[in-house]
Design a protein around this ligand. Structure first.
Ligand SMILES: [Zn+2]
Length: 197
């Protein structure tokens, strides 16, 4: 008899099954279509995807430990009024994952964004203007962060492409990372998510 488990939406559950774009009610059909096209090949440009979803992406001089964040900036002319800012000094594969992570927040957590003027790496200034600048939203909602990471992993290492690559490359993490243009640690995470390691 299978073991009955009471599961909640926490890191462990997310990590075990990975994220699926299919059937998530937070994703609009037109967004899902764009995500599906992106996931059908390895040569997709994540900046173009972000643009297609209504975001503009800017490289910035951020603090060394900041990967990036979403910011409401209507004057910059993105379709949604939101922009993604990424760290100019990060490696390309890190920047790519950061953009995919912020796209994940934008698509999955849009309702939450309505009351904010920024997400990730910045305090929520619209409601907590006097807070310590070093208290970050990303530490406050681990479920949201875990979801954005799983979303990014599913986007950049789609299961239908990742599993065959894993078999063809005999599980060589470096080679898989080069093929998908992501970091070794992102590959490691995806292997665990998909139960391949
Ligand atoms: Zn985040």
């Amino acid at each position: 008899m299978p073991e009955v488990q009471l599961v909640r939406c926490d890191d462990r559950v997310q990590l075990m099954r990975g994220f699926s774009f299919k059937g998530d009610p937070r994703i609009a059909d037109w967004q899902r279509t764009k995500l599906r096209v992106f996931c059908s090949a390895l040569d997709g440009n994540v900046v173009h995807l972000a643009n297609d979803l209504g975001l503009k992406v800017f490289e910035e001089d951020l603090l060394p430990y900041e990967r990036g964040f979403l910011e409401k900036a209507p004057s910059l002319g993105s379709q949604s009024g939101w922009v993604v800012r990424i760290n100019r000094r990060d490696r390309p594969e890190t920047q790519k994952f950061t953009i995919a992570h912020e796209v994940g927040h934008f698509v999955l957590h849009g309702a939450r964004l309505e009351g904010l003027d920024a997400l990730d790496g910045r305090v929520n200034r619209s409601t907590e203007g006097s807070l310590d600048p070093f208290s970050y939203l990303e530490d406050r909602d681990r479920v949201m962060e875990s979801e954005a990471n799983s979303f990014a992993a599913a986007l950049l290492m789609p299961k239908n492409l990742f599993e065959p690559a894993f078999n063809r490359l005999s599980g060589d993490v470096d080679a898989i990372a080069r093929l998908f243009a992501v970091s070794d640690s992102a590959v490691g995470r995806r292997l665990r998510e998909l139960g391949l390691r």
